[in-house]
Design a binder for this molecule. Sequence first.
Ligand SMILES: NC(=O)c1ccc[n+]([C@@H]2O[C@H](COP(=O)([O-])OP(=O)(O)OC[C@H]3O[C@@H](n4cnc5c(N)ncnc54)[C@H](O)[C@@H]3O)[C@@H](O)[C@H]2O)c1
Length: 350
Amino acid sequence: MTLKVGIIGVGGIVRAHMPGWAASDLAEVVAGSDINEATLQKWGRDHGVQKLYSQAEDIINDPGIDIIDVCTPNRYHAPLTIAALRAGKHVICEKPLAPTPGEIREMIAARDASGKMLMTAQHFRFKGNSRALKAEIECGALGDIYHARSWMLRRAAYLPGPGFVLKQHSGGGATIDIGVHILDLTLWMLGNPKPVAVSGVARSDLAHLPGQFSIWSPNPVPPDWDVEEFAAAFVRFENGATLVLEVSWLLHHDTPGEDMQMWLYGTRGGSHWPGCNIYTTNYETRQQYNLTLQKTADIMEPHALECVEFAQAIVDGAPSPVPAEHSLQVLTILDGIYRSQESGHEVSLL
Ligand SMILES: NC(=O)c1ccc[n+]([C@@H]2O[C@H](COP(=O)([O-])OP(=O)(O)OC[C@H]3O[C@@H](n4cnc5c(N)ncnc54)[C@H](O)[C@@H]3O)[C@@H](O)[C@H]2O)c1
């Protein structure tokens, strides 16, 4: 059985999905759609894909397609996903699943009504070091995790397209663009406890300084940039655990490019990602151990692996590799950061 894949939005990130669809024995890309006709035609030529649709509704309603892969800017994820589920397609959708929790609830309702699979493309879960650490945590290496510190901090490193820096297309700035990555990974490691409250800030202080730039673009900051570049938050969970989160596209930080880290602290041990280190103590000897996991290699580039495993889960009738309920938790926290910024106080997430 070969599942037929149609991709909506054949811009940047689709380049990372194509090797996954090519590597899967169970899926094959047969169609693409994009509102930019030149982009669509070039992508079709480059990949030998014949069915090219300038209207998303036409690819969604193509009866020869089983999977829709949504790779558009964030604001279009929910309407396209819901339409595709209603048309009886399985959907893998880029992160964030949607910019708001309300949209994700509607996507979950459409998924449940359709009986099809919905997965968020959170590729960091598919890295070898993430899986290695997750397996150790599930075996109890850290005991009960009661605190996490996570950040994704970039120094003058943002994607300058309107899909990222204009709220009408993105739904938000660094918080939902990259906060979604490190927060999804952290919640997954914590076992997805229910978040109950958040106090946070989400602001832009550097974006419009004269000469501001991105190391990924020769152009200056778009003058109509209207999203936040920075967020920081303190999150409380129902099980008593807490999280400190920091995100920026532009911080004056010591690391060039990107610094993405997660520290977890439990009753038996602590851990560091991406280092894949575990820290523990023998209280009888007062000996402290710093252990490094050895088997952490990627089995495939993670954006590709997520596509391979999505197709496999459909064929196996297995659960979604990244369920929408997990993304609802992520966006509930990120939306709470925006609400906390507005109110100036901790907000309830219940
Ligand atoms: N997982 C990752 O590492 C990663 C990295 C980059 C981007 N992303 C996500 O992928 C998504 C797309 O980002 P990108 O970098 O590919 O952006 P992009 O701007 O390079 O490509 C988006 C494409 O979608 C098309 N498009 C826009 N609206 C459309 C619509 N309504 N219907 C059909 N096509 C439409 C655009 O013309 C463009 O070709 C975003 O949600 C982003 O957050 C994920």
